[in-house]
Design a protein. Sequence first.
Length: 337
Amino acid sequence: MKILVTGGAGFIGGNYIHERLKNYPTNQVICVDALTYAGNLETLEPVMKNPNFCFELGDIADEARIKEIFEKHKPDIVINFAAESHVDRSIGNPGVFLKTNIIGTQVLLDASRAFGVSRYHQVSTDEVYGDLPLDRPDLFFTEETPIHTSSPYSASKAGADLLCLAYARTYKMPITISRCSNNYGPYHFPEKLIPLMVTNAMQDIPLPVYGKGENVRDWLYVIDHCHAIDLIIQNGRLGEVYNVGGHNERRNIDVVKTLLSQLGKPESLIKYVTDRPGHDLRYAIDPSKISRELGWLPKTSFDDGLRQTIDWYINNRGWWENVLSGKYKEMKIESRF
Ligand code: NAD
Ligand code: TYD
């Protein structure tokens, strides 16, 4: 089985590759990544010498390069993690989000169709549903919740999802989509809430909390997400969307206070800063469908996952210090197979 994973030098794709090669040692995994600022070859260090792993530098929006990679590897399964993924950056510079997230998806879908892959899986986000009010804890996102986006990031991810569903229907392609809540765990780029706050606290520099810190996110340990994707690829129904999340809702300020306490750092490091424009209030996933149809439930509690994540950042200081210094860009890799 040959699995082509895009965006594998990023946070979730990188964790997925580690898990896949560990749990399916006879699979071959090809990682296609453009190595943007978010792509880090040091994340792939643990699998670089694995003979079943191959890295291909490539932009998913570059049709000629993607065709070349498909011709060379003839993948059975394609999983698209590659994306511009940071809401704040999308507010400053939407263009690259549309190019990678929408055009890149179209290029991958066309290549997957031309080469007859047996499954194309799109990794999407709960942000396509917009947000929920803070005073209605009874409301959750289901797969039937209408698309209602807030940021250029979520709009671009929604565009990609609609394209996937259109290809599934028009060309009868074997496509599945997962819409996941906020992930956290090892190898998370320190621009997102949890890794930014952990690494700032470790350096005793201020922790910038937007607004009053009352916005709510539904946190999922990244390895639980990786297992959900495997189940969807194995047994998910074609043309279907699966929400992935685990009733782990937390206010941002509570996440920050918990991690400060676990690190033994003072709350005086918290600095309330100007709110994000269009800031989504609350995300909360109803995972009934994936749980009922595929038997998936998250295994990692937020307290355990946060503890493991903090330990990882303590034990892998070199990884994030190289990101902050820019040294992570110096690492090189040869493609193989
Ligand atoms: P990330 O930003 O950490 O990694 C993205 C990776 O994609 C990087 O390695 C980058 O180099 C690569 N990339 C970017 N543009 C590319 C292009 N044009 N061609 C090839 N590679 C390119 O992102 P992440 O947090 O790992 O997210 C992975 C996927 O999961 C994304 O599709 C994101 O929308 C989705 N998602 C993320 C979360 C989350 O909490 N992080 C939650 C739900 C869904
Ligand atoms: P983020 O990790 O950027 O993920 P998303 O916006 O996709 O949910 O942000 C998570 C929450 O944390 C969000 O409500 C914004 C907030 N936040 C801060 O308060 N300060 C920060 O420096 C960052 C990056 C995020």
